[in-house]
Design a protein around this ligand. Sequence first.
Ligand SMILES: [Zn+2]
Length: 252
Amino acid sequence: MEKIVLGIFAHPDDCEIVCAGTLSLLKNAGWTVHIATLAPGDKGTAEYNREDITRIRKAEAAEAAKLLDATYHCLDYEDVYIMYDRHSVNKTTSLIRQVKPSLVFTHNPSDYMVDHETTSKIVQTACFSTGIMNLEIPEAIYEPVPFLYYCDSMEAKDILGRPIYTTMFADISSEISVKEKMLTCHASQRNWLLTHHKMDEYVHSMKRFGEQRGKEINVAFAEGFRQHLGHGYAQNNFLKEILGDAITLVKN
Ligand SMILES: [Zn+2]
């Protein structure tokens, strides 16, 4: 297994909020990190036009990725209009075949924004499609299907307000400063909330949520996950095998 991990999310800063701590743990364990977003965050502004905010946010995402020596990829779809269709599935499968990760992280299947849920579905199919012939993409197939993990949804609740199903937590207490530094690279988002709330709500809310998840396993900060275990996917908990004691399994 190549020590390559790929986080695929809808928008810049999603990855930082839900799994940057765990990616940092993996980097420390010798893994190469890639971070991708399907859209560039082109609706995340109250002041810039689409072209400008796209350029700004791609640069912010690349800067954040650099803190993990990671490569940032943008698939250049649009915020709010991420669609599950042959084009997005093909493009995401292409990315996976180029990066060749053995471990993939994406959004929770139920989350506050449809872009997140659609990305989750696209990534599920794209992982499964890495070894399928006759897709309309040039990259060669590769196997096995990467291990796929779903991150926490916003506030760890589904769209009906019920707690999401979480099966493991990563203790990211040692990585919280890296996670915070990565998040603050997204200055356009941080400043937007600073203006709106008159306080650093961007960083505060990330830390509050990390603390809330940490309480579940009696550590300072944690990130929650569950593994995709459908047909065709390996059933062993690869993340636990790699990170050992940093991962605590929980019953729901
Ligand atoms: Zn998002």
